[in-house]
Design a protein around this ligand. Structure first.
Ligand code: NPW
Ligand code: K
Length: 509
């Protein structure tokens, strides 16, 4: 499913009406019909439904919903929250159809006693006051109605986007309707995937109203990765494959005080299907790891006082992919190792955790790498890399990711509740699975191991990274459904949950 900004949505709309020639009235009819279909799944004929209608096309969709439900025998009223002069064009056309079907409209552009009574007497509120055309904070008239709706405790179903909520990242102050359900029209809006706006949508689903796939794709290359994408792109294993077919991976990390990270990355890589996995770490970490991770091979790396300091003895040419940085610490002696690896690694290179800290002064080195580089920061690490605050990153994660990935020619995995994966060409995918159980030390190390394994398989690298993120989240979600809670889930559990996801989601093999 595609993700758009408001501007991109308007482009798609214009192109569909202009070049393709689909009439706006038909798009509005389609939108209202499809939204009604979703609403009907959530209501009965006993419900009392109030549709709050505003002055733009979002309001027009509201009139279609009101008519569709009214003619099918549902109890529906419209409250038009703007003056008559604001209802124009296609919306006015659909308003008239509703009136001609003997639909009932109340006109109120502020919260009056009458509107309060109508809302109190309703069981379901359909919010069609403002859509993606919202500019700035809601004006007082509509604001007062939105506030009353939020306090009313009624079931609220928003059309396209909750009124008042910005569609894009980097918005100013807002007040929005809190929806229980939002029926999103045509394409997913960016604010569905931002930390401070996502929850306003409540449960959501998307309906198609006739925008051609090619037209949508022409305006956006942002996409939400779901089970269908995972299943259709996950590589099938060939009968005649052998361990070399599935990649030789090297994990470099750990220090004498943090042996766990590199261990988890290694074990996650092994569990996710890496053909051969080698761990490069200090002698003391090797002795701690070897007994519990016997599928891996080991290379001792030079160390100073327990911290890795140089890797010149590694023959990088034998590895398809290298992951570096997990539990490596921030001591200056380690910086040289990161430097060496960037230039010496001949295959795919993934840099995570403290590796990113050391990378900060060497970002330009990445531009001359011949093979793909993957960086996997969380917002804090991303903020450090860019010298901005975490809250700035969270306000516009799509833009920061895209600029960074394109500037340095890297695949960027900005981790979080909504993980954004960006390719060096600026293509973006959001992976939104997972649960709060993942917000613990070690889950990033596990993700790095899964990515390392996936990018060595027979599939394009971008899809491989998206699938790795999906697998990581799906493992956590399954475990919380079946035998764990978000409190006790550990990074090690996530590794143990991988087989179940692989078995169930790739079972057609
Ligand atoms: N082809 C179609 O028909 C399709 C249409 N689609 C649908 O149309 C929607 C977009 O429609 P749109 O562009 O008309 O804008 P919309 O969201 O209704 O907002 C404009 C209204 O809001 C008002 N308003 C703005 N800011 C405000 C504020 N701060 N506080 C208060 N009021 C404020 C503004 O008032 P004004 O500023 O003009 O006084 C104006 O009345 C989209 O979300 C989807 O539902 C899709 O289904 C695709 C196909
Ligand atoms: K709305």
């Amino acid at each position: 499913m595609f993700i758009v900004t408001a501007e991109e949505m308007y482009g798609i709309d214009r192109e569909t009406m202009g070049s393709i020639g689909v009439d706006g009235k038909i798009l509005m009819e389609n939108a209202g019909r499809e939204v009604s279909r979703e609403i009907k799944k959530r209501i009965t004929k006993k419900d009392v439904i109030t549709v709050l209608v505003g002055g733009g096309n979002n309001g027009g969709d509201g009139f279609v919903v009101a008519r569709t439900l009214h003619v099918e025998g549902y109890s529906v009223k419209v409250v038009q929250v703007v003056g008559d002069e604001k209802i124009k064009g296609d919306a006015d056309y659909h308003k008239n159809l509703f009136l001609r079907c003997n639909g009932l409209i109340f006109y109120r552009d502020f919260i009056s006693d009458e509107v309060k009574h109508i809302i109190k007497d309703s069981t379901v509120i359909v919010d069609a006051m403002v859509g993606i055309g919202v500019r700035g904070k809601l004006k007082d008239s509509i604001l007062s109605i939105a506030q009353f709706v939020n306090e009313s405790n009624k079931q609220v179903i928003a059309i396209d986007i909750p009124s008042g909520l910005p569609a894009d990242e980097y918005h100013s102050e807002f007040y929005a309707v809190q929806a229980d359900t939002t029926v999103v029209i045509g394409a997913l809006k960016q604010s569905l995937f931002l930390q401070d706006t996502a929850s306003y949508y409540g449960e959501w689903m998307m309906v198609s109203i006739g925008f051609p796939f090619e037209v949508i794709h022409q305006y956006t290359d942002k996409q939400w990765w779901n089970i269908t994408d995972f299943q259709s792109s996950f590589p099938k294993r060939k009968e005649n494959s052998h361990k070399g077919t599935h990649g030789r991976g090297l994990v470099i990390g750990g220090n004498h005080l943090m042996p766990g990270s590199v261990m988890m990355t290694t074990r996650a890589a092994v569990r996710s299907g890496a053909g051969l996995t080698t761990t490069g770490t200090s002698k003391s970490v090797i002795s701690m790891m070897a007994s519990s991770c016997n599928e891996s091979m080991y290379i001792p790396i030079q160390e100073q006082e327990g911290y890795l300091s140089g890797a010149s003895e590694i023959d990088y040419s034998v590895y398809d992919a290298v992951a570096i940085g997990m539990g490596i610490g921030r001591k200056k002696v380690t910086q040289k190792l990161i430097q060496e690896t960037i230039t010496a690694a001949k295959g795919i290179l993934l840099v995570d955790a403290d590796g990113l800290y050391h990378l900060k002064d060497q970002l330009n080195e990445l531009k001359s790498r011949q093979k793909p580089t993957i960086l996997t920061p969380h917002p804090g690490e991303m903020a450090t890399l860019l010298d901005v605050t975490i809250s700035e990153i969270l306000q516009k994660p799509f833009s920061f990711s895209k600029e960074f990935a394109m500037e340095y020619g890297v695949y960027l995995v900005l981790k979080g509740k909504f993980t954004i994966i960006t390719s060096p060409t600026g293509r973006q995918v959001v992976e939104s699975g997972g649960n709060p159980g993942l917000a613990k030390g070690g889950s990033g190390d596990v993700l790095s191991g899964i990515i390392l394994a996936m990018v060595m398989q027979d599939q394009p690298i971008f899809e491989a990274i998206c699938n790795a993120c999906y697998l990581h989240s799906a493992s956590a979600d399954n475990l919380v459904k079946e035998k764990h809670s978000v409190y006790d889930l550990t990074a090690t559990d996530i590794i143990e949950g991988i087989p179940n996801v692989l078995r169930t989601l790739t079972s057609s093999e």
